[in-house]
Write a protein that binds this ligand. Sequence first.
Ligand SMILES: Cc1cc2nc3c(=O)[nH]c(=O)nc-3n(C[C@H](O)[C@H](O)[C@H](O)COP(=O)(O)O)c2cc1C
Length: 166
Amino acid sequence: MSLIFKRRSVRRFSDEKVSDEKIESLLKAGMQAPSSCNAQPWEFIVVSDEKDKEAISKMHKFAKPASKASHLIITVGNLNEAKVIGMIEQDLGACNENILLQATHEGLGAVWLGFHPIEERTLRLKEYLEIPDYCIPFSVICVGYPVDEGEVKLRYDESKVHFDRY
Ligand SMILES: Cc1cc2nc3c(=O)[nH]c(=O)nc-3n(C[C@H](O)[C@H](O)[C@H](O)COP(=O)(O)O)c2cc1C
């Protein structure tokens, strides 16, 4: 079965730290994503300091998994690098999914915490991590070793598929 069908969101992590090599493999996967005009408008902030993770976990009510993760990868869209206005979110979305899939491949757990486009969330992240105005704080990806044995439910639904016309 491909990685796609093994990936799930992991929100509870053990205390084991993820190695720098594994974090680098996630970043490589992120940067391998497709992007409009191959602009690759992404940048990354890797956070492992306990105080910073705790602060980020309090930035919105669904961000709690950040406090116990080994590392956070903040994905950032650089507007100066984007070539087609409005495509940057799609580029970053593809990048995020690649990171999640690579985490699965590495035996890690991960969850994507949504920030962009909710302004009260992005402003907090921007200020705390000193992200410049030409960058969009897109999301926070929590990474660590899973403690739960969650299962993946298959979601194929043929009622959502149309052939030839809607
Ligand atoms: C754009 C986006 C924002 C999300 N934001 C959060 C979040 O803030 N907190 C969280 O715990 N999970 C978040 N998730 C994870 C979803 O809740 C999760 O992907 C969904 O419930 C499906 O479960 P699965 O990932 O295990 O397949 C987000 C996912 C996406 C794609």
